[in-house]
Design a protein around this ligand. Structure first.
Ligand code: PLP
Length: 436
């Protein structure tokens, strides 16, 4: 087949043509725990990483492998690792380079669960995460010391929807030998972080990639462009003998297999030891979503643009948050990094505050009230009392959540129906305000 770089084609074809034994065109669900070795030598070679292949489904699986190859092709990376959730992806992405006594510099603008992982669980494991305001990329440099092992950020973080300065921060990182890890969950296809210098991408596939609200999952994608070997003191976990793998030095051991030291290490040490594997059935569901992602994301963007325009003209709406309404440096970043559209998320603050926000959410009929984004269906939530409720009020404000804010994840229903639902819910919210 002619090699294509077009996302619509890659999403359907990368990593798989037909099943070699049956000719099946849809990717089969290889629901097996283990794999017969050809010989004792074959088994020894697989365990010794002399060749890559299937050993045990906690570590690799042929259905998961198609998902991994397909996302790597779409993002322009060299390899990927499928894991059980987006949370597992962000945890493993950092644990792969940082150990007790090390630190990571992260943007403050994060999903609440990621914040909690960084501020509590990684801290308990001895990895300090230093949170910095991403509006000034130089904050990353200021927080860096000789124990800093990675930078971390989200491409399109809600609620602020301020696009992260990917190129600026990845350039600072590359000066120091520090990889930038981007959570691209809210902007697959429309942003390609590797084109702007990021070293690693993580996803919650639970959102746009799966797209149908059926399966929790995560992915880590390796760009293959980060020179781990050039920074032995900065990146000891990739450059020093690993006692968990017969003293393997990852940058050396993996060289014959290509620039995949980072992602292979994550697979054969962290996935092996901690075990957050994804099931082949979930990967199958995620692949079904991925196959239409380029088309869906276009519709999400188009509908969110129209919703933004409608809400901006509505008398009862105090504020609409969407990249298309931003100016100055924020808008420049949105236009530089979101090359395929502004995404499907829209924030809204109602003039009636908390009570009106609650009444609005309760009145929605088409929109689902759920703790999720990126479903083909339209979704809404009040973050202060749900997704961000385990954060302190100060932490909530730092991530940009205030009590009147409602998050919309605009789906791919007909735009007239989406706007009709918003209109009737706003009418009801106004009635609540009038009665108060
Ligand atoms: N990253 C972002 C931006 C998210 O929105 C989420 C979940 O909402 C996650 C990571 C965590 O993903 P999961 O729920 O699949 O563990």
């Amino acid at each position: 087949m002619t090699e294509s770089k077009n996302p619509e084609t890659l999403a359907l074809h990368a990593g798989y043509r037909t099943d070699p034994t049956t000719g099946a065109v849809a990717v089969p669900i290889y629901q097996t725990t283990s794999y017969q070795f050809d010989s004792a030598e074959h088994a020894a070679n697989l365990f010794g990483l002399k060749e890559l292949g299937n050993i045990y489904t906690r570590i690799m699986n042929p259905t998961n492998d198609v998902l991994e190859q397909r996302i790597a092709a779409l993002d322009g990376g060299v390899a990927a690792l499928a894991v059980g959730s987006g949370q597992a992806a962000s945890a493993l992405a950092l644990q792969n380079v940082a150990q007790v006594g090390d630190n990571v510099v992260s943007s403050t603008d994060l999903y609440g669960g990621t914040w909690s992982l960084f501020a509590n669980t990684l801290k308990q494991q001895g990895i300090e995460v230093r949170f910095v305001d991403p509006s000034d990329p130089e904050n990353f440099r200021r927080a860096t010391d000789d124990k800093t092992r990675a930078y971390y950020a989200e491409t399109l973080p809600n609620p602020k929807l301020h696009v992260f300065p990917i190129r600026e921060v990845s350039d600072i990182g590359r000066e120091f030998g520090i990889p930038l890890i981007m959570d691209n969950t809210a902007a697959p296809i429309i942003c390609r972080p590797f084109d702007h210098g990021a070293a690693v991408i993580i996803y919650s596939t639970t959102k746009y990639i799966g797209g149908h609200g059926t399966s929790i999952g995560g992915l880590i994608v390796d760009s293959g462009t980060f020179d781990w070997e050039a920074h032995p003191a900065r990146q000891p976990l990739l450059n020093q003998p690993d006692p968990s793998y017969h003293g393997a030095v990852w940058v050396e051991a993996v060289k014959p297999l290509g620039p995949i030291a980072y992602i292979l290490k994550a697979r054969v040490t962290l996935l092996r030891d901690l075990g957050p594997a994804t099931s082949p059935f979930n990967s199958f569901q995620t692949i079904q979503g991925l196959e239409t992602l380029p088309l869906r994301i276009r519709e999400h963007c188009r509908n969110a643009d129209a919703v933004t325009e409608y809400l901006s003209r509505h008398d009862e709406v105090a504020k609409v948050i969407h990249p298309s309404l931003q100016g100055g440096e924020e808008r420049r970043r949105a236009d530089a990094y979101l090359t395929g559209g502004y995404g499907g998320l829209v924030g809204i603050e109602l003039k009636g505050g908390l009570e009106a926000g609650r009444a609005f959410i309760d009145a929605l009929e088409l929109f689902y009230h759920v703790a999720n984004i990126g479903d083909a269906r339209s979704l809404a939530i009040h973050p202060a009392t749900t997704t961000h409720s385990q954060l302190t009020p100060e932490e909530q404000l730092a991530t940009g959540v205030n009590e009147g804010y409602v998050r919309l994840s605009v789906g791919i229903e007909h735009i007239d129906d989406i706007i009709a639902d918003l209109a009737q819910a706003l009418d009801k919210a106004v009635a609540v305000k009038a009665a108060a």
